[in-house]
Ligand binder design. Structure first.
Ligand code: SAM
Length: 229
């Protein structure tokens, strides 16, 4: 799967894309990640990407034009500006990160993992010119709170989507039992334990439930099933 991120702070993605399983997935060519500095599509020596809102009001808004140009360039086949071969992705979704968008869930992550390519528009300032919504497929919120920018939400969505792709996690089975939201109800994974068998916290001893040490797989499954929410 291919992920494109349009941002005015590309460096924020440096460590995210260069550590752990995300990095490995790129090395294995499961995923490709491209971070694009929006300013390359801005005009003038100052590469301005923000302006005052019409009608007044506090703060600045991200201008539509650089974003429209960025999307056009990214969707176009052989763009010279990107120095990379741009394969034609039929199944592309453009995502605008916004606190006013649809709440991101595990179900939405599954839906997005079925696309070939995701393009993220990371807002900053007071948000983006509303006309940008005309070219987006999904407006997604990470939750009912306001962050400074769309970069962290983009990282969260990328990680949640990428780990669903076959080959991303070592053991695909582990994904089946994970906590998720189904039809507005949260389905919780059973509690899990690892060494040591007895753990001391503030003078109290906490033991791993005996059943998990029994080797009786049938009983372990029953125990786990009872504890799934
Ligand atoms: N004035 C906007 C509002 O009240 O909806 C908030 C703008 S916020 C400071 C700047 C950018 O951060 C947004 O355009 C969006 O891209 C991103 N952002 C902030 N909170 C977010 C959230 N909960 N989910 C997704 N994106 C968010």
């Amino acid at each position: 799967m291919r992920f494109d991120i349009i941002t005015i702070f590309p460096k924020l993605f440096d460590s995210f894309l260069n550590e752990s399983l995300i990095k490995k997935s790129a090395e294995k060519r499961l995923n490709t990640f491209f971070v694009h500095d929006l300013r390359q599509w801005a005009k003038g020596i100052h590469k301005q990407v923000d302006d005052r809102p019409y009608g007044g009001g506090p703060g600045m808004l991200m201008m539509a034009e650089p974003i429209v140009k960025a999307i056009k360039a990214l969707k176009h086949k052989n763009i010279k500006t990107l120095k990379q071969k741009n394969k034609k992705y039929k199944n592309t979704k453009i995502i605008l990160l916004s606190p006013a968008g649809k709440q991101f869930t595990g179900e939405l992550a599954k839906k997005l993992s079925q696309t070939e390519r995701l393009i993220f528009i990371c807002g900053r300032y007071e948000g983006v010119d509303a006309r940008i919504e005309k070219l987006v497929d999904e407006k997604i919120s990470l939750g009912p709170y306001v962050l400074n920018g769309g970069e962290l939400p983009a990282m969260v969505i990328i990680e949640a989507v990428a780990r669903l792709l076959s080959g991303f996690v070592g053991n695909q089975e582990s994904l089946k039992e994970e906590t998720c939201l189904i039809e507005k109800k949260i389905k919780k994974e059973y509690p899990q334990y690892t060494r040591p068998e007895v753990l001391e916290i503030a003078g109290r001893k906490y033991r791993v439930p005996k059943i998990l040490l029994s080797g009786d797989h049938k009983k372990i499954i029953e125990w786990r099933d009872k504890r799934c929410g």
